[in-house]
Ligand binder design. Structure first.
Ligand code: GTP
Ligand code: MG
Length: 138
């Protein structure tokens, strides 16, 4: 079975949405196989967001992601990578469809697109890499 890395970002934790987000993942039938709340340091985030280093939104993204605790989750299920991204909705919460996490729970933060509640790995290679980063030894 496939695995993916999900992050509840600092806005999701601050807004008490961990339970609602996990409930959607579990309702879809995915199994939670690891879960940890932590504050990510710059080093971990630089590795996690390596593909975005140098982009204009990189520093605001890293600042935001280290502004408070995040919940890192490994979820397992048939096609969970694609399936969780469908549950999450479009990157920009103002464009995300109703019925998705970002569409239902995301707020209009103006230019702060990074405050979109969740992260989900985007490919099997990303999932393996990211699970290794956040849960070393698993
Ligand atoms: P993740 O699941 O978090 O990886 O989202 P994504 O795959 O939908 O987006 P992507 O990997 O392209 O970007 C990673 C994160 O960077 C996004 O979730 C946003 O938080 C942030 N981000 C992406 N594009 C922009 C942008 O144009 N402006 C700002 N401010 N943030 C962005
Ligand atoms: Mg991404």
């Amino acid at each position: 079975v496939e695995r993916t890395l999900i992050l509840v970002k600092p806005d999701g934790v601050a807004r008490n949405l961990i339970g609602q987000i996990l409930a959607r993942v579990e309702a879809k039938g995915y199994r939670i196989v690891a879960l940890e709340q932590r504050i990510a340091d710059a080093d971990l985030l630089a590795q996690h967001y390596a593909e975005h280093v140098g982009k204009p939104f990189y520093q605001p993204l890293v600042d935001f992601m280290s502004s408070g605790p995040v919940v890192a989750i490994v979820a397992e299920g048939h096609r969970v990578i694609e399936g969780f991204r469908a549950l999450a909705g479009a990157t920009d919460p103002t464009r995300a469809q109703p019925g998705t996490i970002r569409g239902d729970l995301g707020r209009d933060w103006g230019l702060k697109v990074q405050q979109n509640l969740v992260h989900g790995s985007d490919s099997p290679e990303s999932a393996e890499r990211e699970i290794g980063l956040w849960f070393s030894g698993r």
